[in-house]
Design a protein around this ligand. Structure first.
Ligand code: KE4
Length: 434
């Protein structure tokens, strides 16, 4: 076999001839940071190697799923065994029941769950279910939160609370987003006004409880408490999009973090993905039994999928959840994420670079700002040119952060203390060049 002479550049040029932008998901194209994306040849543990043989400490981990690190032996073994039994049946399997039971043990706010193949599909289906279960059409989302690319969710704020959303993407007819109201994250006053105006027409409020699509912005406890109270008062469903935070920030996901501050706190619906599939195409949405039984084949809300509950993906997810459920797993993960953020903050301070960060479990974020932002407008005050220089500086030191300042970072169980220290040492050198 001739040695692969492809470089990242030649592969990117070749890819762009046959795939739009050379990638199968836009953020991978490095458009926000410039330069050439790294084409992954293989990955193991906390690292991946690109086609040129360069090793990177991977803080993306497939945008969250790879919480154990790449190629965990127990997961590889489970997947290898599963494929020997068949790739896909289009018929029910015990493993789907086992995974559903495992998810419900971890996230007890749900009585039932439906498995699907992507976070987009899970969020889209959850919205339809909320609308079908309440008989209402309108929904609230928040600027800066991303819930996949279903038409009704590709929407930016209208001009004020009386006007509903405008499409953020070509190809989305205005009438599709006319029921979607976009509010400012963490803005209690706006939320209360919106409910006063539209509360009885609202099917749901969908929110990223820790917004990883704004890098890392927490909903304040006060804001989350008002979301819960107003949804209850007006009969709207509170839908937690935990595709990113699910089983990533805590075993019980972000909702268990809020329950520490708000006694008895529960959302009405939960949307999950990424970690529960362990890197294979698997996501889920769930709610209390009365809501979930509105779904086909029991109820009038239709939803379906050829590969839903795929036997290989469920094997991958089950093996992953078994590992994260072991004693000490999240304590160790949180310690490493915290050490990384603290080290980056200290290194930046030594170089006179404003940087603040936050972390929860195995998810972290940092901003080239003096203070942690509370909403999208504040996040976008970041100096993008300086961030891009930081990104490429770290890349040249073999550290792979998210190629966009509004994306979160992820630490896996495979990241060692030495990896964290190497990352901080690299940052110390790069901050001096900013
Ligand atoms: P997918 O359809 O990409 O599986 O999931 C959509 C989705 C839904 N909800 C949340 C909170 C999400 O973060 C996502 C997807 N996350 C992005 C990262 N920001 C995936 C990376 C990408 O788009 O390539």
């Amino acid at each position: 076999m001739t040695p692969n002479t492809d470089t990242n550049d030649t592969l990117f040029a070749r890819a762009q001839r046959v795939i739009p932008g050379g990638v199968n998901s836009p953020v991978r194209a490095f458009k926000a940071v410039g330069g050439t994306p790294r084409f992954v040849k293989r990955a193991q543990g906390a690292y991946f190697w690109d086609v040129e043989g360069t090793r990177y400490i991977d803080y993306i981990g497939s945008w969250g799923p790879m919480i154990l690190g790449h190629g965990h032996h127990a997961v590889v073994q489970a997947v290898q065994q599963a494929v020997l039994e068949g790739f896909s049946y289009g018929a029910p399997t015990e493993r789907e029941v086992e995974l559903a039971e495992a998810i419900l043990r971890l996230v007890p706010s749900m009585d039932m769950v439906r498995l699907v193949s992507s976070g987009t599909e899970a969020a889209m289906s959850a919205i339809r279910l909320a609308r079908g279960a309440t008989g209402r059409h309108k929904l609230i989302k928040f600027e800066g939160c991303y819930h996949g690319h279903a038409d009704a969710l590709l929407v930016k704020a209208g001009s004020g609370l009386a006007t509903f959303g405008n499409p953020t993407s070509a190809g989305v007819p205005p009438e599709v987003v006319q029921h979607t109201l976009v509010l400012e994250y963490n803005n209690v006053e706006q939320l209360e006004q919106a409910f006063a105006m539209h509360g009885k027409e609202l099917a749901c409020v969908i929110i990223e409880p820790i917004a990883g699509n704004m890098n890392f912005v927490r909903a304040s406890v006060a804001f989350m408490q008002r979301c819960r109270e107003l949804c209850t008062e007006y009969g709207a469903l509170l839908a937690f999009d935990e595709v990113m935070t699910g089983c990533r920030v805590a075993p019980g996901s972000a909702q268990s973090v809020y329950a520490r501050h708000i006694p008895g706190f529960e959302p009405d619906m939960t949307i999950m993905g990424k970690v529960i599939g362990g890197g294979m195409p698997l996501a889920a949405f769930g709610a209390k039994r009365a809501v979930m039984e509105q779904l086909a084949p029991l109820g009038p809300v239709y939803q379906a999928g050829t590969l839903s509950g795929n036997p290989v993906a469920t094997a991958c997810g089950l093996a992953t959840l078994a590992e994260i459920s072991k004693p000490g797993f999240f304590e160790n993960l949180a310690r490493k994420s915290g050490a990384l953020v603290a080290g980056l903050t200290q290194a930046a301070r030594e170089a006179g670079v404003p940087l603040c960060g936050d972390s929860e479990g195995g998810m972290f974020g940092f901003f080239l700002l003096e203070q942690l932002p509370q909403n999208y407008g504040q996040v976008m005050r970041s100096d993008s040119a300086r961030f891009n220089k930081l990104f490429h500086g770290m890349l040249s030191h073999g550290v792979y952060f998210a190629p966009a300042l509004y994306e979160a970072g992820f630490v896996s169980a495979a990241h060692s203390d030495a990896d964290i220290e190497e990352t901080i040492a690299a940052a110390r050198a790069v901050f001096k060049t900013l």
